[in-house]
Design a binder for this molecule. Structure first.
Ligand SMILES: [Fe+2]
Length: 481
């Protein structure tokens, strides 16, 4: 059920001032609330339909009866219920599931039923306006919650949001799907009327590889946008053509993580988010951590403490195992150690897994004078990475590009004898200088921007780092087993 509007003594402006007071380069996060606590919506599968409203309904709820319909491409008639910020993560197995999330502006009516209609792209038809038939679509119902976020625009500094999450399961691996997200009919109790369908445009998503599938795939690793949403907006259509199976994002998407910033970031990223799942972790600039975790559904690791659920996660994709970690504080780093050790121990003896890649925000090794290396990561996680054969570790925080030699026991070693540490922290954030130190193999100032494309082909893994503008290659290297 929904909460009523609550008067708070903290305005968005004050919240931002607080965040600003912490300083632009603060090393750890003092997470504060960016929103009032969320309120879980009771999703009712079949809301009561008053007889007088039936005549106003569309010809039926796709998935609930035999019927056919196509398009239009954007079937939204109620701007308050129009799905926005549609994006995809994986809470479960990437080969057989996708988790689709979106928001609606207004607090949901009691009758809002978040749904995803999904069909294999090969069966979806090729309508000129991006339409898809519903008659064979599988329908999935999800969960939702409402919250009021602080902003600088609304008269009382609070904006209503509803967040919807649908986990689609039972999909075939390595398959292109076409889907629409939204609701078919939402009953507004106060007005005693139905809203008509409010669906996202048709969107595409691909499922991933099963463990042990050694066919080639590509992903992108990026981090640190901060105030760069306008530059993302300029470059995202081009970057969406990279044709990555998915994106990793190592934190600092925003300056403080307020709702208006998230709206900007998710909108600017939409060409990428419409085609690729994106797996993020929290940076120190997601000060309003609640909003980050509200908007991204991640795997729930049972052995992590309750307050760390979704802060650390892992998944296996083909022959590669990925782990994402919250490096924000000493406490968060220590809290993930036992799980990390157990997770990587399991991965290291799994015959289906050739490669292990880690991602976190604060770099273990960085020569940038802005932040530099992170001792709590070196002390707590690096020995675990070395013990279990992590090949690559991506981080950001320093807005530059750096690649280390392979490192083991705080020394340069031969290829394959220790993890390679890559700082890729220039996804349109203000650039920092890169510096040089004993571990430095390659370094570039962050003014050029950067992101890394990783091509995995069986036992060869090639990383190509690009500047953020144009096609300039900053670095390329291959690791082989
Ligand atoms: Fe950072």
């Amino acid at each position: 059920m929904m909460t009523g509007r609550v008067s708070m003594g903290l305005s968005a402006g004050m919240a931002v001032v607080m965040a600003g007071f912490l300083g632009c380069g603060f090393a750890t996060t003092e997470s504060g609330p960016g929103a009032l606590p969320k309120d879980v919506v009771e999703v009712v599968a079949a809301p009561d339909v008053p007889p007088e409203a039936v005549a106003e309904l569309p010809p039926g709820d796709p998935g609930s009866g035999p019927w056919q319909v196509q398009g239009p491409a954007d079937w939204s008639t109620n701007s308050g219920l129009k799905p926005r910020a549609v994006h995809v993560t994986w809470q479960g197995d990437p080969a057989h599931t996708v988790t689709i999330q979106w928001q609606t502006d207004t607090a949901a009516s009691d009758g809002y039923v978040p749904k995803v209609w999904i069909v294999p792209a090969a069966e979806a038809g090729e309508g000129p306006d991006g339409t898809m038939p519903f008659q064979d679509a599988r329908v999935f119902t999800g969960t939702g919650f409402t919250y009021q976020a602080f902003d600088d625009v609304s008269p009382d500094g609070l904006v209503d949001r509803s967040q919807w999450t649908v986990e689609v399961t039972g999909l075939d691996p390595k398959t292109a799907y076409r889907y629409r997200a939204g609701t078919w009919s939402a009953f507004d109790k106060a007005a005693a009327t139905f809203a008509t369908p409010d669906l996202s445009p048709v969107q595409d998503v691909r499922t991933g590889r099963e463990p042990g599938d050694r066919s080639a795939f590509r992903f992108v690793s990026a981090g640190d946008s901060r105030t760069g949403s306008d530059k993302i907006r300029e470059n995202a259509p081009r970057l969406a053509q990279v044709d990555a199976d998915f994106w990793l994002f190592n934190g600092d998407m925003t300056e403080v993580g307020s709702q208006p910033e998230w709206d900007e970031w998710l909108d600017a990223m939409s060409p990428i988010l419409a085609t690729s799942p994106l797996m993020p972790i929290q940076g120190n600039h997601e000060v309003f951590a609640d909003l980050f975790y509200y908007q991204f559904a991640m795997p729930q690791i049972g052995t992590l403490p309750d307050d760390m659920k979704e802060h650390g996660w892992s998944f296996t994709y083909g022959n590669m195992h990925f782990v994402g970690l919250d490096s924000n504080t000493e406490a968060s780093v220590v809290a993930q150690k036992d799980w990390l050790d157990a997770d990587l121990a399991e991965a290291s003896i799994d015959p289906d897994i050739d490669w292990v890649v880690a991602m976190f925000h604060h770099p273990a090794y960085s020569a940038s004078p802005s932040h530099g290396s992170t001792q709590r990561v070196i002390d707590n996680w690096v020995p675990i990475f070395e013990k279990h054969g992590v090949a690559l570790a991506f981080a950001g925080h320093d807005h530059d590009y750096e690649r280390s030699f392979p490192i083991r026991a705080s020394q340069k070693v031969e290829d394959g004898q220790g993890p390679v540490y890559v700082v890729v922290g220039g996804f349109y954030s203000p650039g920092y200088s890169a510096g040089q130190d004993w571990w430095t193999f390659v370094s570039h100032h962050g003014d050029k921007g950067n992101y890394a494309v990783v091509d995995v082909d069986g036992k060869n893994l090639t990383v190509t780092a690009y500047a953020g503008y144009g096609d300039e290659i900053l670095d390329t290297f291959t690791l082989s087993k």
